[in-house]
Ligand binder design. Structure first.
Ligand code: COA
Ligand code: ZN
Length: 303
């Protein structure tokens, strides 16, 4: 049975664009619960400016108070050297750096050109060297809502530049749900051919309902790591029309039904997912937590 790894991003990508502040205790309780579900990684929070992402202004406290499971890597998003210093002090297991392969989106999200991002992130990678591994997430790799399609070669060019700086992993992100399965298969094949020595992760959003189809296309092309968000929460605050990440429990349910080993205790994960509407104060898009596992049997209904 092929092993597929999941990185749970709900408390970072999921929470960052929620309008109402989620109390620190709730975040910690959720991360602790997710830590028992079998994830390879949890992206717990981000060390960004509190003005840019007020929801995650409690990053230090969250990292200090979570109960860490020894099987899980606790990753954090870091936009700059200042964020990296905070993350290292907080004993994050991995730094996840972010840059957009679209110049327009990078200017909107990080307020700098891609070249400036690369120059700054080079310093972050140097700071982390010998301490923790670094992952680079390349946003809008399957298309930018402002610029349109980004050529595959352009994505690979940026990936190459980061690979040569010594990152451990590469996450290719469909920030606004523009990817379709054939494009995903093409991307996956190119990544595997070129970066087989890196940890390769795909990050999809379900904005146009293509999320799980894209996961399947990627798995069939040989990708074995995905980001997912509990309940399907999430969306970049700097990308017009962005909506939820692929829903972790829906994707995991699909892959388990097909016979893949995800390492996840799905019942436990669904129990956590059912708390999401209360935590965020509204319905969430995930479907399996509402419908139940496909193998659950129901008594016949009589009129
Ligand atoms: N942690 C805490 N504070 C930070 C910080 C960090 N990593 N980086 C910058 N700041 C603070 C600065 O100290 C400054 O504070 P001040 O106004 O009190 O002096 C303020 O933020 C602005 O700093 P500046 O260097 O001018 O940066 P900026 O305003 O251009 O912001 C980013 C740059 C990238 C730090 C900021 O836009 C950001 O955090 N964006 C979030 C990106 C993100 O996570 N997007 C979603 C994920 S894809
Ligand atoms: Zn995302």
């Amino acid at each position: 049975m092929k092993r597929i790894h999941f990185n749970e991003v709900v408390t970072r990508d999921g929470f960052q664009s929620e309008p109402t502040f989620i109390p620190t205790d709730e975040k910690i309780a959720l991360i602790d619960e997710l830590g028992q579900c079998g994830f390879s990684k949890i992206e717990a929070t981000s060390f960004t400016s509190a003005r840019a992402i007020p929801m995650l202004r409690d990053a230090e406290e969250v990292m200090r108070r979570i109960r860490r499971s020894s099987d899980v890597e606790y990753s954090v998003l870091v936009p700059n050297v200042r964020g990296a210093e905070r993350a290292l002090k907080s004993r994050a297991d991995e730094l996840n750096l972010v840059m957009s392969v679209s110049e327009t989106h990078n200017l909107a999200n990080l307020r700098m050109s891609r070249e400036k991002s690369l120059a700054d992130l080079r310093d972050v990678i140097a700071l982390a060297a010998g301490h923790v591994p670094v992952n680079i997430s390349l946003s809008t790799s399957f298309g930018c809502p402002m610029e349109g399609e980004i050529p595959l070669d352009e994505v690979l060019r940026w990936a190459d530049r980061y690979a040569s700086l010594g990152v451990r992993g590469l996450t290719i992100c469909d920030t606004t749900g523009m990817a379709h399965p054939i494009q995903v298969a093409r991307m996956a094949e190119a990544l595997i051919a070129r970066f087989s020595d890196l940890q390769l992760t795909l990050h999809f959003h379900n904005t146009r309902g293509m999320g799980l189809a894209n996961v399947l296309a990627a798995v069939q092309a040989g990708i074995d790591r995905f980001d997912g968000s509990l309940g399907g929460l999430g969306g970049c605050p700097y990308a017009p029309g962005a909506t939820g990440n692929i829903c972790s429990e829906d994707a995991i349910h699909m892959l388990q039904a097909m016979g893949y080993d995800t390492g996840i205790n799905l019942s436990q994960l669904m129990a956590a997912a059912r708390k999401m509407p209360r935590i965020v104060g509204h319905e969430v898009p995930g479907q399996v937590a509402k419908a139940g596992h496909s193998t659950e049997l129901h008594p016949p209904q009589h009129q």
